[in-house]
Design a protein around this ligand. Structure first.
Ligand code: NAD
Ligand code: MG
Length: 382
């Protein structure tokens, strides 16, 4: 199995490499032929030494010079085009997209246009470009296997019945670090509090997105496109311990859940060898230690960004791209101490209210919406 990993140096990327090493020890034959990364040239160089890929891509030209000097036989590309080049590379069986942000969309489309299988962590591909991804899937026969834990759970639970027997998808949400914070205090929570996720260790953006529930709204959109279920039949539920990763309710009243230790390597492995389930020594779940499984409804007052992003999803077109880009900038500004935590949701809603565009979805339209929303969010005064 010849694999390309985009975002190899990130949280999902490094865990994917860990899983591939485990699978190879268990007798699989994964070969890393291409690695894409951003600015962490040192970590990428370590990965190149360990796995000897043929091609890599980095964010900036400067990084290409450093790598070309150190690895004379390696082909080194750069920028968004480099990532697309990796996704299109000849002779590749599987593209793992573990990039963060809108930059992940073009490589997803490029891989699908070549009829490839994409193991998808980059949820932004579906959030901002769901219709384009859907069209690429239909036209070229590629497929997407989700890495996101909730969608991996849904994929597994959906195998228990037929699609027309599904009543609704139930997506679990931990509630993030501020589930019990008194509402008036949300204005003054600090970045270091928001970065302390109770169950998962992830990249900075998705950790803040979990605190605001922007992440959960993104996951509703993701589920909508992955499984062709209408928005009104996808619901979130708060489940603080992240042991149940999502559930499918069928017409007859049966609810099928997937449970596992909260370790992303489990859904990553499922995506890599789907539908196999080899034992590679990943953590097991001890129900007696877990003890209780608790659930509660999502409080819209606590998580106003959830509804704002879903509103963008139902509106369609470039509105989700506006929500995504505004969120990215607002998260950055919150982490830099420029705006309060609650300013993220206000900024997203304001950007969506100000955005007017009803043209059909295109890459060009997404780019324009993204750029506009970044400018808006940068200037937004909470
Ligand atoms: P991360 O920030 O840890 O890693 C992102 C990767 O993308 C890095 O390798 C970085 O170098 C690369 N990258 C960023 N900008 C780039 C650019 N301009 N050019 C080239 N490379 C660039 O992020 P992550 O937490 O691993 O998340 C990756 C994706 O997976 C996101 O869409 C996230 O929502 C999703 N996801 C993550 C988790 C998790 O547990 N971390 C769980 C579910 C879904
Ligand atoms: Mg998730």
């Amino acid at each position: 199995m010849r694999v390309v990993i985009l975002g190899a140096t990130g949280s999902i990327g490094t865990q994917t490499i860990d899983v591939i090493s485990r699978l190879n020890r268990a007798g699989y034959e994964f070969e890393l032929v291409g690695l894409g990364a951003g600015h962490n040239i040192e970590l990428l160089a370590t990965q190149i030494e360990a796995f000897r890929p043929q091609v890599v891509s980095v964010a900036e030209e400067e990084g290409t010079r450093r790598l070309a000097h150190r690895f004379p036989d390696l082909k080194v590309m750069a920028g968004a085009d480099g990532l697309v080049g990796l996704a299109r590379l000849d002779g590749v069986d599987l593209v793992v997209n573990a990039l963060v942000g809108a930059i992940g969309l073009r490589p997803t489309l490029a891989a699908l246009e070549r009829g490839r299988t994409v193991a998808l962590a980059n949820k932004e591909s579906l959030v901002i470009g769901g219709e384009l991804v859907k069209a690429a899937l239909a036209a070229h026969g590629g497929r997407i296997v989700p890495i996101d834990s909730e969608h991996s759970a849904l994929l597994q639970a959906l195998s228990a019945g037929r699609r027309d027997e599904v009543r609704r998808l139930i997506i679990t949400a931990s509630g993030g670090p501020f589930l019990r914070t008194p509402l008036p205090e949300l204005d003054t929570v600090r970045p270091e509090d928001a970065l302390r996720h109770p169950n998962w260790s992830m990249g900075a953006r998705i950790t803040i997105d979990s605190a605001t529930m922007v992440n959960k709204a993104f996951e509703v959109i993701e589920a909508h496109y992955l499984f062709a279920i209408p928005y009104e039949r996808i619901e979130p539920v708060i489940h603080p311990s992240s042991v149940v990763h999502s559930l499918v309710e069928y017409r007859d009243g049966s609810v099928i859940a997937q449970l596992a230790a909260p370790d992303m390597r489990i859904p990553i492995q499922y995506a890599l060898v789907y539908p196999d389930r080899p034992d590679t020594g990943l953590p097991r779940l001890d129900l007696a230690t877990v003890g209780t499984l608790a659930f509660e409804p999502l409080d819209p007052e606590r998580y106003p960004a959830f509804e704002a992003v879903l509103f963008a999803a139902r509106r369609g077109g470039t509105a989700p791209a506006v929500a995504n880009a505004a969120d990215e900038v607002l998260v950055h500004r919150f982490l830099a101490g420029e705006i309060p935590f609650t300013g993220i949701a206000r900024g997203i809603a304001a950007a969506l209210a100000a955005w007017q565009d009803d043209s059909p979805l295109s890459l060009e339209g997404i780019r324009a919406a993204d750029a506009w929303a970044r400018g808006f969010a940068q200037e937004f005064a909470t």
